[in-house]
Write a protein that binds this ligand. Structure first.
Ligand SMILES: O=C(O)C(=O)C[C@]1(C(=O)O)C=C[C@@H](O)C=C1
Length: 226
């Protein structure tokens, strides 16, 4: 019986430590929110985009290098911290087709603070308020982004499928190892996705993009990688 009491006492001490740490974490999150709010005010003056995927990926990478934790592990909890801060800048509307996978994908990319807008066809979207679409690749979305001049800006891997994030805003900072997705009527890279019998999405390292300049290609976008 004696040792049970000792363990309980030790656990209580450890929990006191945890409580202290939690207070510090929340205090730091409040400081972070304050700074992000100021970023938001600056952005709203020059009307720049709220969601900056390449910056979010850079944050995961820096914290991974700093801590030795895998970037995926950092991302698993940091997405929510960024989501919580980002909501001060505004809540994003993201168009999805109705299915459980898309709802999971939206939360995995944006965290809790996001507004999924469920639609049957992308053409139904109100483009004044919806600037993002998360979807598997299809001819329908390729046609939509070509028509509306949208870009491929991010992706999310779920167990069974990959969902791609399209936006009316393009990413603006690219690193050499980021992957550029280009549309062409043939296969011109080692990695590619077949859209239909005469349309392929070729995946090219951003640093090699200049080698493809002379071909008849359309750049869909570049996805930040860690
Ligand atoms: O750096 C910015 O542009 C921010 O708005 C801050 C912040 C963040 O919480 O760190 C939030 C939203 C962006 O997607 C990227 C980063």
């Amino acid at each position: 019986m004696k040792w049970v009491i000792k363990i309980t006492r030790d656990i209580n001490k450890l929990r006191e430590e945890i409580d202290k740490i939690d207070k510090k974490i929340v205090e730091l999150i409040l400081n972070r929110m304050n700074i992000v709010h100021q970023v938001g005010v600056t952005k709203s003056k020059d009307n720049s985009r709220i969601y900056v995927p390449e910056r979010e990926v850079a944050i995961y990478k820096k914290l991974s290098d700093f801590s030795g934790l895998e970037a995926d592990e950092i991302q698993s909890f940091y997405t929510e911290i960024i989501s919580f801060c980002r909501k001060l800048e505004g809540i994003l509307n993201v168009g999805i087709k109705y299915n459980a996978l898309s709802l999971v994908g939206v939360k995995k990319i944006f965290g809790e603070y996001v507004n999924p807008v469920v639609i049957r066809q992308f053409e139904e979207l109100n483009l004044d308020s919806v600037k993002y679409i998360l979807t598997p690749l299809s001819k329908e979305i390729i046609d939509f982004i070509e028509k509306n001049n949208w870009y491929l800006i991010n992706k999310v891997n779920l167990n069974e499928e990959v969902l791609y994030l399209f936006s009316s805003y393009n990413n603006s900072i690219f690193k050499d190892n980021d992957v550029t997705y280009i549309l062409h009527n043939g296969i011109i890279s080692k990695e590619y996705i077949k859209v239909d019998s005469n349309l392929f999405i070729n995946l090219i390292p951003f640093k090699n993009l200049k080698d493809f300049e002379n071909l008849n290609i359309k750049i869909l976008g570049t996805i930040p990688s860690i």
